[in-house]
Design a protein around this ligand. Structure first.
Ligand code: CO8
Length: 263
């Protein structure tokens, strides 16, 4: 949206051990996503992406909800002309998948509509057992608009994506894990520590290697197998130009942990 002022007061950010945390903290604990809110989230993620001390970004919501979709109180006022002229789902949204640093969505409670789409724009999703995913737009007079029909289908396959998009029904965390939408599910009491452990592990990898690995996996999303394998090979060869490649090889030979130089 043009001339949107980011709602920075609705996000909290802090960094620890090379992990940049972004907590969605809308005054409504369901975290409805307005254009101004998504712009603030995007700005925070980009700031971490530009910070060489950050090796992993984590996006979390409230205890009740990661994000319950587009802010329907904002959306109800819009019409065809205003959504297309203002580029409603372009500014902010389109930049998040371009983040190079690994980014995790930590989902408690609802990840619905734009909230599910935001979680799927991250590299993977970690959830609690009470998390609920879905694309319920069909129930409110719309269809998914921030990549839901595309990313959900690539993630869980056509049949399950069709079921979710056409019924608007929610997908439980267990089912989401079984069908690959969610990487891992934890009990509420284990969630924070487990998420932090995973994020710390990624943040402690060589940063350029983690970015290359992320880029290689993402290529699988967008191209043919032959082209993807070709791209992966080129990225693999490029790792040999890194000091961290030499360090990784030497550390293995010397039976010690590598000390990454991040170059
Ligand atoms: N936007 C704005 N306000 C919301 C939203 C929302 N998405 N969801 C709930 N609220 C409000 C309610 O209106 C209510 O407000 P009030 O107290 O003023 O009446 C308050 O939050 C609490 O809501 P509930 O009483 O409904 O809470 P429950 O715990 O009973 O239910 C649910 C929680 C299941 C999440 C329920 O609120 C719900 O179904 N919400 C709508 C979910 C939905 O349809 N999401 C999809 C929206 S469309 C979309 O995401 C398109 C994406 C396009 C990209 C986005 C561009 C910015």
């Amino acid at each position: 949206m043009n001339n949107v002022i980011p709602k920075t007061e609705w996000i909290q950010t802090w960094s620890k051990n090379g992990v940049g945390w972004i907590k969605l903290s809308h005054e409504n604990k369901l975290n409805p996503l307005s254009a101004a809110f998504i712009l603030a989230i995007k700005n925070a993620a980009q700031k971490y992406d530009d910070d060489p001390s950050i090796g992993c970004i984590v996006l979390i919501g409230s205890d009740k909800s990661f994000a319950a979709g587009a802010d329907l109180k904002e959306m109800v006022k819009l019409n065809y002309a205003s959504v297309s002229e203002s580029r409603y789902i372009e500014n902010g949204w389109l930049e998040i998948p371009k983040i190079q640093t690994p980014i995790i969505a930590g989902v408690r409670g609802y990840a619905l509509g734009g909230g599910c789409e935001l979680a799927m724009m991250c590299d993977f999703i970690i959830a609690t057992y009470d998390a609920k995913f879905g694309q319920p737009e069909i129930n409110i007079g719309a269809i998914p608009g921030a990549g839901g029909t595309q990313r959900l289908t690539r993630s869980i396959g056509k049949s399950k994506a069709m079921l979710a998009v056409l019924t608007g029904d929610m997908i439980s965390a267990e089912e989401a894990e079984n069908c690959g939408l969610v990487a891992k599910v934890f009990k509420n009491e284990d969630f924070d520590a487990s998420l932090e452990n995973i994020a710390n592990k990624i943040a402690n990898q060589s940063k350029p290697l983690a970015k290359l690995a992320k880029q290689a996996v993402n290529i699988a999303y967008e191209t043919t197998l032959e082209e993807g394998v070709r791209s992966e090979r080129a990225l693999f060869y490029s790792t040999f130009a890194l000091d961290d490649h030499v360090e990784g090889m030497e550390a293995f030979s010397e039976k010690r942990k590598p000390v990454w130089k991040n170059k």
